[in-house]
Structure formats: C-alpha cells, structure tokens
Design a protein around this ligand. Sequence first.
Ligand SMILES: NC(=O)C1=CN([C@@H]2O[C@H](COP(=O)(O)OP(=O)(O)OC[C@H]3O[C@@H](n4cnc5c(N)ncnc54)[C@H](O)[C@@H]3O)[C@@H](O)[C@H]2O)C=CC1
Ligand SMILES: NCC(=O)COP(=O)(O)O
Length: 333
Amino acid sequence: MTGVLAVTMGEPAGIGPDLLLALYAQRRERQLPAFAVFGHAGFLAARARRLGFDIAIQETDSAGAEAVYANRLPVIPIEGNVADRPGEPEAEAAPAVIAAIARAVEATLAGDCRAVVTAPIHKGALYHAGFRHPGHTEFLAELSAMGGPPKLPVMMLAHGDLRTVPLTIHVPLAQVPGLVSHELIVATLRVMAHDLRARFGIGVPRIAVAGLNPHAGEGGSIGREDIDIVAPAIAAAQAEGIDAIGPLPADTLFHRPHWRHYDAVLAMYHDQALIPIKTVAFDEGVNVTLGLPIVRTSPDHGTAFDLAGTGRASPASFAAAIAMAHRMTAERR
Ligand SMILES: NC(=O)C1=CN([C@@H]2O[C@H](COP(=O)(O)OP(=O)(O)OC[C@H]3O[C@@H](n4cnc5c(N)ncnc54)[C@H](O)[C@@H]3O)[C@@H](O)[C@H]2O)C=CC1
Ligand SMILES: NCC(=O)COP(=O)(O)O
C-alpha cells in the first residue's frame, strides 16, 4: 500500500487544525509518516499564522502529496466557507467538515491514501447543520459501504494493551438497556475477534465482556439483562470459537491485574468503555474504528474549544493516532 495518510481537518473552531499543523511542524523529530490534510487551504494557512507556525502549504492531489510532504504541507483542497475563529463553531463550515471526511474515505477506498486519521468534529455543531450520523464511526461505515447496506462499525479506544469497545455508542443512557441485544453482542464480538487478529496481529484474542448492571446483576437481584441476554450471547460467540468470557462486573474488570488477562474488553455503553482509557491515558489514547474495509484512527479527545487557537493543546493523542494508522498499514506498503 503506497501513498500518504489522509488526515481530515475536523471542526475548524476546535483544536484539530492546531494539532495537525503542530505535528507537521514536528514531523522530523517525531519521525511521522507522510500525511496530507483534507481541508480548506486558506483556513489552515490562517490558523498556522495565528499560531506562529512557519509552514508552507501546497494544494495538491492524493497522488502528488507524498512528494510535497518533505517541504510543504500537502492539502487536498475542500472548498467552503471556513473562517479562522477558534472556539466559535459556525454552521456554514459544516459542509466542508463533512466533505473532508467523505473525500478522505473515498481516496483511501480507492487506494490513493493508506488510512484515514480524523481530527475531532463537534457533534452538536454538525447535528445543527443537518448531519444525521451520531459520529464519524457510523458515517464512515456508510461511506465505506459505497451505497450498499453499511456493515456494523465498532468503536475501540486503545492505549497499549488496554483496549475497550462500547457496545452502544452515542445514545441516551435511558435507551441502553433496550439496545443491549443478543444479536448486537455476537456481531460486535465477531468484528472484535476478526480485527484484533487482522489489525492488531493478536492470534487468538481473549475478550472480556462487562456486565450491564452493577456486579453484573448480582445473580439477577440487580437486573436480569446479564443473565437473560449477555451471558447467552457470550455462549453463542464461544460456540463460534471466539474466546470471550463474562459477563464480568465492570468496576473490578478494569482493576489493572484483571484487564491484563484480556486483549480487549467489550463494555455495554459509552462511558463504561471510555472512562478507563481516558483516566489512564487521555494524552495518548487512540480511537480506532473496527469493521471497516479501511483503517481509521483518531485522537481520543474532542474539539476542546477552550484551547483552540492558543497552541496549548497536546498533540500526543493525535500523534499516537497517526502512528497507529501507520503501523496498521505499513506492512502492506
Ligand atoms: N473523534 C471525535 O470527533 C470526537 C469528538 N468529540 C466532540 O468534541 C466536543 C467537545 O467534547 P468534550 O467532552 O468537551 O471533550 P474534549 O476532549 O474536547 O475536552 C475535554 C477536556 O479536555 C481538554 N483537552 C481535550 N483535548 C486536549 C488536548 N489535546 N490537550 C490538552 N487538553 C485537552 C479540554 O481542554 C477539556 O478541558 C463534543 O462535541 C464531542 O462530541 C469528542 C471526542 C471525540
Ligand atoms: N466519545 C468518542 C467520540 O465522540 C468519537 O466518536 P466518532 O466521531 O469517532 O464516532
């Protein structure tokens, strides 16, 4: 697999543009693989000036980006109304934010780029502008399906050997019990088992499944979902040869000696999965989407409007996302 990594510009009012510019400025000392930014060139130049970066930007296409990268930041131009106003999201920028993601996926599916690394989007700002996907994860699945029915995308947060997956993602907590189903658990375990092998090189991945209820239901006295739904789904996955165990109490599962026995944890909802990673590794955690025909990674943090345009945001998680996308595609170059 040849070419650059496709980095999307993300929410212009957030820290994503600051970080990708900072990483380009530090590309040599960090030994970063070549990347191109799918974004608005004028906006990126303005943000670079604001932050005091002496970065030359060159508009190009995916094929020309690798040759440009050594001396100029390659930008695959996305047109639109994108202003340099840190901390002030504007609905007019939303079409360019969305188009940057769509174009990056298109180029990667076509084999012109190696993988997609997304800068954070502000979900509220995009919903306001009519974006109908909960987040990148579901949008990427739809784009990757190229008009067919989307496959199940699975969100994983990863740092070292701690890897967590939320079964349900951006849904109100009140809806979670109704969404925890036999089919979704088995399908998610299949994707995890497959991609832990294919993307992470783990021969026989061991997956722990967290219970939905406190103490995994305490034998049914604190909710029956773990007995009626989660346990039978794990048994069905085991019958297919997937090394899954549970349901285990979510609070003690993340006690360090415990999670080290597993290659990944399937949690039942967003915060159950993301809090452990963001507690131990907010600076270096990576969000990686499983179940796609392409590699997609992202920093684990969001748009941090409070830091945008200040130069104070840490690029470490973004750098880790780039490094993971590089590792996952390097052996196929
Ligand atoms: N992959 C994506 O597109 C993601 C998008 N988001 C979106 O970001 C928006 C804001 O979300 P929040 O919950 O406020 O989380 P956030 O991660 O943007 O900020 C939480 C706190 O962490 C700090 N922080 C974040 N990144 C940092 C960095 N690189 N260096 C230093 N400090 C940093 C912020 O200043 C803030 O105090 C929401 O719209 C959310 O949906 C959140 C996570 C991922
Ligand atoms: N909390 C994780 C997050 O918001 C990232 O979602 P996505 O945009 O990667 O689907």
